[in-house]
Write a protein that binds this ligand. Structure first.
Ligand code: GTP
Ligand code: MG
Length: 151
């Protein structure tokens, strides 16, 4: 089953939004398979955002992530990479739709509270960067047969 990397950034953690954000993924029917609170080093943050290294905000973004703590998670489900991004909303919260996490809970692009992998390759790379293989659980969740209709 498809997996994606989702992180609540330091602003989301500090603003007490962990349970609000987790509940949106849970209520949708996605399954949490890994979770931990991390204070990433700046070089780790640079690795995570390596594709943005030419952007003017890169240094500030990596400094900000390294304030920590960051709540790192892996979520599993059919279409979770794409739909996770939908739940999160547009990068700039001033343009995110109401009903999305950023649309409802954030105001400016530099403090948009959550990260989600943007495709299958990045999801794989980010899960491997943030988690060791033995931190990823494999379990059957009772609600799956009700979410997917497989009995
Ligand atoms: P992530 O899920 O965090 O990767 O966001 P994204 O995929 O929606 O956007 P992108 O990967 O392009 O940018 C990564 C992060 O950089 C964003 O979430 C913002 O926190 C930050 N960022 C992007 N564009 C800007 C910008 O124009 N100014 C500032 N200050 N930060 C930006
Ligand atoms: Mg991104």
């Amino acid at each position: 089953m498809e997996r994606t990397f989702i992180a609540i950034k330091p602003d989301g953690v500090q603003r007490g939004l962990i349970s609000e954000i987790i509940s949106r993924f849970e209520r949708k029917g996605f399954k949490l398979v890994a979770i931990k609170l991390v204070v990433p080093s700046k070089s780790f943050a640079q690795k995570h955002y390596h594709d943005l290294k030419e952007r003017p905000f890169f240094n500030g973004l990596c400094n900000f992530l390294s304030f920590g703590p960051v709540l790192a998670m892996v979520w599993e489900g059919e279409g979770v990479i794409r739909y996770g991004r939908k739940l999160i909303g547009a990068t700039d919260p001033s343009k995110s739709e109401p009903g999305t996490i950023r649309g409802d809970l954030a105001v400016v692009v530099g403090r948009n509270i959550i990260h989600g992998s943007d495709g299958p390759e990045t999801a794989k790379d980010e899960i491997n960067l943030w988690f060791k293989p033995d931190e990823l659980t494999n379990y059957t969740c009772n609600q799956e047969k009700w979410v997917y209709g497989v009995n």
